[in-house]
Design a protein around this ligand. Structure first.
Ligand SMILES: NC(=O)c1ccc[n+]([C@@H]2O[C@H](COP(=O)([O-])OP(=O)(O)OC[C@H]3O[C@@H](n4cnc5c(N)ncnc54)[C@H](O)[C@@H]3O)[C@@H](O)[C@H]2O)c1
Length: 367
């Protein structure tokens, strides 16, 4: 995903936000691996860490500082984030402010979630192999049911009513659909499936239908199909090999991409990108802060490491990105994994192994 035409400097400025729970364990491992990949490719990274998360919020009330968006646009090329969420903040207000704040205020309208199976032993599907699970879900990331429009009427009474608005703009729908088609064209993907619930959501998803039918005429080489979301989820389980690129709305993409992650080996291995092409973008593992296992050195850092790989690909460092992905694939195949994937290595040992594998990968020196 080398779209950073405005970011052509050889030195990349990366903001590091570990966040809460296992975010604070997996991000140091991702940083270890990305430093190794940058070094082996002769690249320069400038890392700046931010302590935003529950500890900081509980200490001084800081969530997303008012100047954060301007600062990221001015001073950074990309952001890597661990996870937000802490049982000591039951409202999750800091997480919503920071995560949704960054997604909305940086206008990161593409949520990219690759679902790639590295080893057939990891999929819960019977008789499926690596070639069957290899697709990407593009989820609209700034609209839909996540904009927070709605309200309560007669809250707390037996007559209570709650509304939640599903916001779909022509601009918002068109840019995510177009992004998915452009991605398919750029990477030679032959099939694109748009998914919605237009049979029931006759206004918002009618817009998705009309935009999709218009945009697909510009990409005649790509086989563009449509599936209602209920059918899509069933088809992903029945035969995931029929998908290369899936594009859908915010809520539906949230659900479909978690299913995709499960098909590809689970949450611990799933990376994601929150992207505005050409502008500062944010990369993170799909999993949350996992308070149940935090601080035990057993979290799988591979999702965070793969997110760092996606970030490098976005920044145009494709050989280094490939080296990171190859190292994770090798670790999975050689059983250099945490307990959740059947291995016995701790979080830090996996980071060490991956950094070492990347250092030995022989990425051609960029200089
Ligand atoms: N993007 C984010 O920051 C994000 C995403 C999801 C959830 N959350 C937050 O995280 C907190 C916990 O949420 P949850 O429990 O629903 O989801 P979770 O992803 O944190 O955990 C779900 C389950 O998967 C396991 N798990 C997750 N990541 C793992 C890893 N890397 N290695 C091994 N096991 C792993 C956990 O131990 C847990 O049993 C909540 O506060 C939630 O709001 C944040």
């Amino acid at each position: 995903m080398n779209e950073s035409s405005a970011l052509n400097s050889p030195r990349k400025r990366i903001a590091v936000i570990p966040g809460d729970g296992i975010g604070k364990e997996v991000i140091p491992e991702a940083v270890k691996v990305l430093k190794a990949a940058a070094a082996v490719g002769g690249r320069e990274v400038a890392l700046t860490e931010f302590d935003w998360g529950a500890d900081r919020y509980l200490r001084d009330g800081t969530t997303l500082p008012p100047d954060a968006v301007e600062m990221f646009h001015r001073d950074f090329d990309a952001i890597i984030l661990g996870a937000m969420g802490d049982p000591r903040v039951p409202t999750n207000i800091h997480a919503a402010d920071i995560l949704l704040g960054l997604r909305f205020k940086l206008d990161l309208y593409v949520n990219a979630r690759p679902c790639v199976l590295f080893d057939k032993r990891l999929t819960p599907l019977k008789d499926r192999t690596e070639k069957d699970v290899n697709f990407v879900v593009f989820r609209e990331n700034t609209e839909g049911l996540y904009v927070g429009m709605g309200g309560f009427f007669k809250k707390g009474t037996p007559d209570e009513i709650a509304t939640q608005e599903d916001v779909n703009s022509r601009k918002g729908v068109e840019r995510i659909i177009r992004y998915a088609f452009d991605f398919a064209r750029r990477y030679g993907k032959k099939r694109l499936c748009m998914s919605d619930k237009s049979n029931a959501l006759a206004f918002g998803h009618d817009l998705w239908q009309r935009v999709f039918k218009q945009v697909r005429t510009e990409y005649p080489e790509i086989t563009a199909t449509h599936q209602y979301i209920d059918n899509l989820l069933m088809q992903m389980v029945r035969d995931p090999s029929q998908f290369d690129v899936i594009v859908t709305s915010n809520l539906l993409g949230d659900i479909a991409s978690d299913l995709g992650a499960a098909l590809a080996g689970g949450l611990g291995l799933a990376p994601s990108g929150n992207i505005h092409p050409g502008l500062v973008s944010l990369f993170e593992p799909v999993h949350g802060s996992a308070p149940d296992i935090a601080g035990k050195n057993i979290a799988n850092p591979m999702g965070a490491v793969l997110a760092a790989g996606m970030m490098f690909a976005y920044l145009g460092w494709t050989a280094e990105a490939q080296a990171i992905q190859d190292a994770v694939r090798a670790a999975v195949r050689e059983g250099k994994t945490p307990a959740e994937l059947g291995g016995s290595l701790g979080t830090r040992a996996i980071g060490d192994w991956l950094a070492d594998a990347v250092s030995k990968s022989g990425v051609p020196h960029s200089a």
